[in-house]
Write a protein that binds this ligand. Structure first.
Ligand SMILES: [Mg+2]
Ligand SMILES: [Zn+2]
Length: 214
């Protein structure tokens, strides 16, 4: 997978001209002997939209997600976001609006006591058949390469079947966040799938994670 890096401190707007996926790093290394968790973004940190989250004004945090990120930080568990953002290559949002969302999101997370080590974003449409768009495991593997994430000892939390499939393909523990009142994601394969942990919010899933020895 080709990636290009964009430091969050870099003011120059990124662009997808080379059509790679994008990694936005915190600029700090992961602490030694640290634990990690992979999180999807839309539907996990913020309310998803069927018309995509295209602008910061459309980004609405789940309050329990901010609490969950604070708990993770307190436990020194590094958060890596892994998110499909096809609105970019669908032409529904612009790169500067997309980066603006990321910066504002991070600022709010940090103001609330949480943090994000790195964010991996796939800008591709499904028809582009890239390696990074979930359910493919490209972004999880890239994170493993970059940060030494032990994939078999890490949970990937998402709201869609594609998140869980990506988790499985990478060898991670799939965790399904199924918030009450949201549309069920791809029921049949999930209902027949054993060993999927299901929680009603990110905060619940994170609390459960603390009791697990992965
Ligand atoms: Mg999602
Ligand atoms: Zn991609």
């Amino acid at each position: 997978m080709h990636c290009f890096f964009h430091s969050e401190d870099c003011q120059a707007a990124g662009s997808g001209e080379d059509n790679s996926s994008m990694i936005i790093c915190s600029g700090r290394p992961a602490a030694a002997f640290t634990s990690f968790v992979f999180l999807d973004r839309d539907g996990i940190l913020n309310v998803d939209r069927s018309d995509h989250v295209k602008h910061w004004s459309e980004f609405q945090f789940y309050p329990d997600a901010l609490e969950a990120l604070r708990m993770l930080r307190r436990r020194k568990i590094e958060v890596i976001l892994v998110s499909n953002q096809s609105a970019l290559n669908r032409g529904l949002t612009q790169w500067n609006d997309f980066l603006d969302i990321h910066r504002n999101m991070l600022q709010r997370i940090r103001a609330e006591g949480g943090d994000v080590l790195a964010a991996f974003y796939c800008p591709h449409r499904p028809d582009e058949a890239c390696d990074c768009r979930k359910p493919r495991p490209g972004m999880l593997r890239a994170a493993a390469d970059l940060y030494g994430v032990p994939l078999h000892a890490v949970a990937m939390m998402g709201d869609k079947f594609t998140d869980l499939e990506a988790a499985r393909a990478a060898g991670c523990l799939p965790v399904w966040i199924r918030r009450p009142g949201t549309e069920a994601a791809a029921e049949p394969p999930l209902e027949s799938a054993p060993n999927i942990a299901v929680y009603g919010s990110l905060a619940e899933a994170v609390e459960a994670l603390f009791t697990l020895t992965l």
